[in-house]
Ligand binder design. Structure first.
Ligand code: FES
Length: 150
């Protein structure tokens, strides 16, 4: 199974993150202005705890003397040697075509939608008495089979 419920949106308030362990991998779930992103908590340089680094904004320039600053804080700086990665894609800014940290898609889904997903079991011939149950809360779902930003 590649999709995993890792919490609720309330577990990760805007501007915050939390690290979860899924299939033996530590993954940081980030909330950037209500959008959720996930990156591996292992720096591709020398394995530092990337998600405990500081977040900062990206600076870009449309021309000489002008610059734009993205205040969402989409850049994650590794605490060991300060390599920087884009949280939304995992891409590095020192060698973007070669160096990147694994980023995963995160979606917010209703409990009802998750309960309706087909399982891998085959139904048997007997039926027990059942009762309807509704789930009202939304959940964060991490997809380990996907890549964010591709
Ligand atoms: S281990 Fe992250 S920059 Fe070196």
């Amino acid at each position: 199974m590649s999709r995993h419920v890792v919490g609720t949106p309330a577990d990760v308030p805007p501007g915050e993150h939390k690290v979860v362990t899924v299939d033996g991998r530590e993954i940081g779930i980030f909330n950037l202005d209500g959008e959720f992103y996930a990156v591996r908590n292992r720096c591709p340089h020398q394995g530092g705890p990337l998600c405990s680094g500081i977040r900062t904004g990206a600076v870009s320039s449309p021309g000489p003397g002008r610059y734009d600053y993205d205040e969402r804080g989409t850049i994650l700086r590794c605490p060991w040697h300060q390599w920087e990665f884009e949280i939304t894609t995992g891409r590095s800014w020192c060698e973007p075509d070669r160096v990147r940290v694994r980023a995963y898609p995160v979606s917010v889904e209703t409990g009802a939608a998750l309960a309706a997903e087909p399982g891998e079991r085959v139904p048997g011939p007997y039926t027990a008495e059942t009762y309807p149950v509704s789930v009202e809360e939304d959940y964060l779902v991490l997809d380990l089979s996907g890549r964010a930003g591709d």
